[in-house]
Design a protein around this ligand. Sequence first.
Ligand code: FES
Ligand SMILES: [Fe+2]
Length: 374
Amino acid sequence: MPMGTFQKPSVERGASTLAGRYYVSDDVFREECERIFYRTWVCVGRADRIGTPGDYFLAEVAGESLIVLRDPSGAARAFYNVCRHRGARLCTQQAGRFGHTIQCPYHAWTYALDGRLLAARNMQDVERFVCSEYPLQSVAVAEWEGFVFLNLAPEPEPFAEAFAPLMGRFAAWELSILREAKRVEYHVRANWKQIVENFSECYHCPLVHPALDRLSPSTSGCNDLREGPFLGGFMELRQAGGSLTLSGSTSRPALGGVSGVDRDRVYYYSIFPSMLLSPHADFVMVHLLRPISAGETGVECFWLFDPATMADPGFDASDAVEFWDMTNREDWHVCELAQLGVQSRSYRPGPYSHAEGLLHAFDHEYLKRMGAGG
Ligand code: FES
Ligand SMILES: [Fe+2]
């Protein structure tokens, strides 16, 4: 992969964890929604979920429901799932296919798939009412490497600028053609930042993940993205050409152009604020975090494979899925323990170890986005 210089993790002197209020306060949570989730590009899923015009799925960005769809011209679009009449939620089914229109279940106002209001029953008699003034409220959409991102800001930073450091970086994995073999939803009783922070270190691995530790040494981590919104690097596999599966090996060929040292590594990147991307040689795991409240987070985890490999009658993703499902649950457990502790009146920020340099970098980026008022 085109990459920077990899270095062993380290942390500056005196670096410590965030104050407790960042994990428990409802006020901080509301401020995070405004300053981070409603003005940053947020990944909401795979583009192949809307492969055909009319296909849609519902996304949730920090409590806002959005309809993500493919319009007849082939463009991805997203709208607030809110009727322009009296605000009813338009769509409640998580995914499906629209005909040519979206009709509100309350009074049947009817919208085109580009958001225009086409018909509003009996409204022709209402003075000065014109349909063209009531389109669905749209939000910005970008597609990158087969992922759909939304940005709820009225004037979002162009996606290509925001994601410039990642452009071309994962070319060898051919992410855009990969297909989802399995998706699991988790509910974690921890703040979303606990989950990002936990993902960003392997200090905990020997205790929390004995199976992972047997396959990948906890001290093998090296990072190339060490500041800003994208953070991470790789860890090594003990078994050359192996993978993070129940057996530690894999019969699947490496993805696309993955070769050389990349066959013996697993990469882990956090993509601010809420996407965790883990390219393995033979599959890619993705976590999307959906903050529900200060103390609760939904996590969608999915596993992507090469469609040619998936077409093999013997294809079976369970070795990878079961390994990571177990490891995920181990992680959620310690995130929940940390959440319980930071709620305590006795909690004070603790010192970071050298293995936790990325957490300090994440906290720094987070505080910057929150502004002085955070
Ligand atoms: S609220 Fe949608 S048509 Fe009335
Ligand atoms: Fe972990």
